[in-house]
Design a protein around this ligand. Structure first.
Ligand code: FMN
Length: 140
């Protein structure tokens, strides 16, 4: 049974909305999905999760040095991620995501080198390409 957990960290709501869009899309595909904020996260919520979507707003200097928020880093680096869990990353941004996904991956424990799809949006909506790539991810 596939089960998705979507965790977002959002200051102004864009990343939360993008996470909610992902959740809605997955629910529409018949996948059991839960969307939560980073603050709501606790380890029990990972129970039976096959696909984890980790989202954070893009912080940086607009042209370079993008990185996740400190609170995101703090929580994510302590996650006990089950073996076999599939992980995808998402963010919202204004200009460029630059090093954002690379920086996010650095803090995901025990999953070095694991391929993780990336989704980004300026308007919090899922593009057709996003939907296609989420479909592919969830099929795996
Ligand atoms: C301090 C700060 C730094 C930011 N740095 C970047 C950046 O480097 N690149 C970018 O494209 N957007 C940057 N942004 C814009 C946010 O990533 C964008 O508004 C995002 O959608 C906010 O998500 P949220 O509504 O979930 O908080 C920055 C915003 C703030 C407040």
């Amino acid at each position: 049974m596939k089960k998705a957990l979507i965790i977002h960290q959002s200051k102004k709501g864009h990343t939360r909305r993008y996470g909610e869009e992902i959740g809605k899309f997955l629910t529409g595909k018949g996948i059991e999905s839960r969307v939560i904020s980073l603050e709501e996260y606790n380890a029990d919520l990972l129970q039976d999760v096959s696909h984890l979507f980790l989202g954070c707003w893009t912080g940086g200097l607009f042209f370079f040095a993008q990185h996740p928020d400190q609170a995101w880093i703090h929580t994510v680096k302590k996650m006990a991620l089950p073996e076999g869990i599939q992980i995808g990353l998402f963010t919202t941004y204004l200009l460029a995501t630059g090093s954002m996904f690379r920086a996010m991956k650095k803090y995901i424990p025990g999953k070095e080198g694991m391929p993780m799809p990336e989704w980004r949006s300026k308007n919090s909506l899922l593009s057709e390409a996003d939907k296609e790539s989420i479909n592919k991810f969830i099929a795996g």
